[in-house]
Design a protein around this ligand. Sequence first.
Ligand SMILES: [Zn+2]
Length: 272
Amino acid sequence: MLERRPVFPNVIELNYQARRRLGCCVYLIYDKHDWLLIDIGYEDTVAEIIELIRQMGFPLAQCRYLVVTHADVDHVQGMARAKELLPEAKLVGHPGAAKLLAEGERISTYAEIAAQGISIDLPVINLDQTVTEGDILPIGDLQLAVWHTPGHTSSQLSFRLGDLLFSGDNIFRDGCVGNIDAHHGSDLPDFITSLERIRDSDVKWLLPSHGPIFRKDNRVLQSTIDRLTKYQHMADFGTCAIDWPLLDEWEDELVKGFDAQSPATKPSTTSI
Ligand SMILES: [Zn+2]
């Protein structure tokens, strides 16, 4: 039997378990004989991941849930294959993710980014159960609390287990966040609210969907919140921004007419 390398009691992360990068983070939470997986990654690593799990002594028939943090292809492409290998498991995620996956939607799942020549297979995935804010996923005697944390996408979920928050694409160790993109349903005010909720919570550890596990640090969270707060007023973020103060300044100046001598002609970045 393969030695288990839990990152916390009752939690194994498959990249840490394999001691190499497989793809997105895949968390296995277990208690008694029951276990679940949060995300699975791309299809080409599914067989390897499930073989690792089998070798660690987890009965495949005892997988209770295959959990989708959100519907992005790099998190869920392998879910249809995983469900074939783990037929007893219930596929669960947010109702918004359920809709995208049932429709095989390709734009907001990042399966198709035509402008960059990206086109990735995304099998239709039918969730067995939807969950959202306040729901509980039981595993043995453990209870995984569902948080709805929209922003990166409207159907982003996080999951709390004691001091741990499986935080999806909300924030990574370097303070980066999941892609902000209008075509993905990103929403900056919602994103800020979700990050504030994480900041104000008493969880101690963040277990993200990409990159290393890290301690919750409110200085890092605050600097990310401050950055996203600025994004709300920057043209760089297109229709994800809520306003662009420069256009208000321009309107005032239009009334007066152009004046090459005006100090206003000097570029300034003070508002960002
Ligand atoms: Zn992601």
